[in-house]
Design a protein around this ligand. Structure first.
Ligand code: NDP
Length: 247
């Protein structure tokens, strides 16, 4: 029960990495706030997690909706605040820049950058006042390297890494820790967000083609727990996690 007495907010908890992290933290005694757009999935997860004896607050919200995120921030503060933020919601509708899929660029920037910032904004001042807290941003290996078609996605993830590094330095004086987690390919629904048919096909058959060679969401949950369970004087700034067979 490593996290009993803590309250964690996991964004993007309706599937993949977020769902796995929510389970792991609840299994270790944390009360959880689970958010995403698909409310039905959140309610199913909430029913499962409540069986563990923890409190669960379901927050169906689009992270790119600034007003909705501000309203959620007020609710969470009234409920006593958040000790741990897992800033995980993200989307990956990648395509070559020449195709000019501008709506998808906007969507990636809105969700992967602005959404991350809105969630930080929702919890950070409360953490700073209480002089404790841990913000974990899920970026990607695309925060370090990029590939053809991944330009805008990698741009958003480079931004998350830069925001994480800056926030860590700024948050030192408030006793708030910041970690940037950079997964390689994880077996989740993420490639389904690719709108470009040909690229989705290539990604699914190449990078995501060999299930056995990929990371599992639980592998990333392990990394989250590792960062969280360090003693207060240790801040794991970044964790880069490759599938062993990924180049
Ligand atoms: P999934 O597609 O399984 O999960 C994405 C989650 O983000 C879902 O819960 C989805 O919920 C939520 N989400 C998407 N858009 C929004 C939105 N506008 N508002 C609120 N929630 C939203 O993929 P993963 O679990 O793989 O992705 C989690 C994070 O990990 C992402 O940031 C991704 O970029 C990152 N990552 C993933 C890798 C991988 O290979 N899978 C590799 C490196 C990083 P809903 O649709 O219900 O809103």
């Amino acid at each position: 029960m490593k996290f009993k007495g803590k309250r964690a907010w996991i964004t993007g908890a309706s599937s993949g990495i977020g769902q796995s992290v929510a389970r792991r933290l609840a299994q270790q005694g944390a009360d959880v706030v689970i958010s995403a757009r698909r409310a039905e999935r959140l309610h199913e997860l909430a029913a499962e997690l409540r069986e563990l004896g923890v409190n669960v607050h379901v927050a169906p919200v689009d992270v790119s909706d600034r007003a909705a995120m501000e309203a959620l921030a007020v609710t969470l503060a009234e409920q006593g605040g958040i000790d741990i933020l897992i800033n995980n919601a993200g989307t990956m509708p990648i395509s070559p820049i020449i195709n000019g899929r501008v709506d998808e660029w906007d969507q990636m920037i809105d969700v992967n950058i602005k959404g991350v910032l809105y969630a930080i904004h929702a919890v950070y001042s409360g953490m700073a006042e209480r002089k404790q807290g841990h913000i974990i941003n899920v970026s990607s290996i695309a925060a370090r390297v990029t590939y053809p078609s991944a330009g805008v996605y990698a741009g958003t993830k480079h931004a998350v890494r830069a925001i994480s590094e800056t926030l860590r330095k700024e948050a030192i004086r408030f006793g708030v820790r910041v970690t940037d987690i950079q997964p390689g390919s994880v077996d989740t629904e993420l490639p389904d967000s690719i709108g470009h048919d040909k690229i989705r096909g290539i990604v699914k058959s190449n990078m995501y083609g060999d299930e056995a060679a990929m990371l599992k969401p639980d592998d990333i949950a392990n990394a989250v727990v590792y960062a969280l369970e360090q003693p207060a004087h240790v801040d794991v700034g970044e964790l880069l996690i490759w599938p062993t067979r990924q180049e």
